[in-house]
Design a protein around this ligand. Sequence first.
Ligand code: NAD
Ligand code: LMR
Length: 342
Amino acid sequence: LQRLCPRGKSPPGQWPASVLTQFEQNSKVTVLGAGGGIGQPLSLLMKLNPRVSELALYDIKGAPGVAADVGHINTNSVVKGYDAGEAGLKDALTGSEIVLIPAGVPRKPGMTRDDLFNTNASIVRDLAKAAATAAPKANILVISNPVNSTVPICAEVFKAHGVYDPKRLFGVTTLDVVRASRFISQNKSTDPANENITVVGGHSGATIVPLLSQSGYELSGEALDKYVNRVQFGGDEVVQAKGGAGSATLSMAMAGARFAESLLKAAQGEKGVVEPTFVDSPLYKDQGIDFFASRVELGPNGVENILPVGDITPYEQKLLDACLKDLKGNIAKGVQFVKENP
Ligand code: NAD
Ligand code: LMR
């Protein structure tokens, strides 16, 4: 099995029966925003995942078309596309184990992720309301930006519905780790598949804190500054290159699919599954910061164990201090939004 599907390298297409018997194919996965730049390739990757039994695709436009297309791929899962509207959304969510949310507008050059707040906050709030009613026990994976605020928005909505389980709400920050690993491999001419750089904090500019020292690398001076800047602003590289046509979609789909796969593995009993993610975290609650991304061990109930940040250099401590300052405001903004716009 390890040879056929080493971590992160699941082969597409049909799986031999001998392999399938070692997976449980019994998980319904829902994608909200399935018609979009991320939603489409993410739906494709989830269709290739042998642990998924049912794939429910919802969007305010185009989900049935994506479902018809993806549904022709010769893997066993059933794909259903749902029409826009309350009834379609409810049906897409009912019985779901994992709800991936890439619904919302992406950045254009010159914008920060926080500039998306005005549009995306209400989109995420409304989808969270629907999930709190139709899939209160699902794992909710928030991709829509600004993640530092949209995750607290979901938490507030779930609290208001009396169904908040902090172990089941995740801001997807996997792309930061994917980039950090890719960029160091370019720097050091190593195989990126063997790199796993720890990134903590949140998902925007200064809140993205790569902890290179924990992987034994000793970049310094300008080389270190450049590396950190590239990880913190990797998203801007893509936004610039796309010239107004959106932000990262393909790398994000890969990162989202990796995170969902990790949750599915952990749900099916695999031990030691660790992913970075932005969660309700005890690590900086004493400083008034309720959500923080760090390495998190996943289990059948979602969050199993939130790992501490660990030893860091004075340089990394400075980055972390700047992160915590920004993060506090981002989180408060999300909480305040739901209070004022329930
Ligand atoms: P996109 O515009 O291509 O797709 C978004 C989709 O959401 C569209 O199909 C749209 O119809 C749909 N949508 C809008 N409102 C909806 C609603 N109420 N219900 C269901 N669907 C709805 O954008 P994209 O490039 O796919 O990016 C989506 C979001 O993901 C953006 O906010 C972007 O900033 C964010 N993002 C996050 C990360 C991350 O690392 N977390 C990475 C890349 C992008
Ligand atoms: C990313 O990191 O690529 C996403 O958050 C999208 C963006 O706006 O940069």
